[in-house]
Design a protein. Structure first.
Length: 194
C-alpha cells in the first residue's frame, strides 16, 4: 500500500477517534459527579445544621444529639465524613463578632499592655470576640453554630493534585434561644491588657 493510499484509507478511524474522545469524556463525567456530590453534600449539610440549631435553641435541648443528627444526615451523601462542631453564644445579635470593650488609649485598635478592659465574658482575659466559646448559651442568647465536614470524594478526579484528595465543607446557623428563663447578662469585671 502506497503512502497516498494509506492517507485515503479510513479503516479503523473510529477506534482512533474513540481513543481520543473517551478519556476526555470520562474525565468530564467524573468531574461532574465529583462536583455534584459536593453541591448535594453542601445542601444536605446546610439543612441539617439549620435543623440542629433550631433543636438546640429549645429548653429541652441536647447538643450531643443535635450534633449526631447532623452526622446521621450527611453520612449517606458523604461516606467516611468527619465533622467538627462549634457553638459560640452571645447576649444579642449586635454582639456577634464584637470585641470586649477596652480603653484604646493610643487608638491603634489593639488591646496593648496597660490598657484596661471590661471582662464581659468572665474568662479573665481580653478577647477579640466577646462570645462564650463552646457554649449553647442560656435563655434568649444568640448562638452561632458552625459545622465543618471533611471527607474524601467518592468520585476522585484522576490526575488532580494530592491536595484535592480531601474536601472540606462548612455550614453556619445563627439562632436565638427560646425564652425559657432569665437571660444572663455580661460581666463587668475590669482587667488590664497583657
Amino acid at each position: 500500500m502506497t503512502f497516498a493510499q494509506l492517507c485515503k484509507n479510513e479503516d479503523g478511524a473510529t477506534i482512533v477517534e474513540f481513543a481520543i474522545v473517551v478519556p476526555l469524556f470520562l474525565l468530564l463525567l467524573i468531574g461532574i459527579m465529583d462536583i455534584g456530590q459536593m453541591v448535594y453534600g453542601k445542601s444536605v449539610l446546610t439543612g441539617a445544621v439549620h435543623r440542629a440549631a433550631r433543636d438546640s435553641s429549645l429548653e429541652t435541648r441536647n447538643t450531643s444529639e443535635a450534633d449526631a443528627s447532623v452526622l446521621d444526615a450527611i453520612r449517606p451523601v458523604l461516606p467516611g465524613v468527619n465533622i467538627k462542631t462549634s457553638r459560640t453564644s452571645y447576649y444579642d445579635f449586635a454582639d456577634v463578632g464584637r470585641a470586649e470593650k477596652w480603653n484604646d488609649n493610643n487608638a491603634n485598635g489593639v488591646c496593648d499592655a496597660g490598657e484596661t478592659f471590661t471582662d464581659e465574658n468572665r474568662n479573665g482575659q481580653w478577647d477579640q470576640d466577646v462570645g462564650q466559646k463552646e457554649s449553647a448559651g442560656s435563655a434568649n442568647d444568640v448562638v452561632v453554630y458552625k459545622v465543618t465536614a471533611t471527607f474524601k470524594p467518592v468520585f476522585q478526579v484522576p490526575f488532580m493534585p494530592k491536595l484535592w484528595s480531601e474536601r472540606t465543607l462548612s455550614a453556619t446557623a445563627v439562632t436565638k434561644n427560646q425564652p425559657f428563663g432569665n437571660q444572663t447578662g455580661y460581666g463587668a469585671t475590669a482587667g488590664s491588657c497583657p
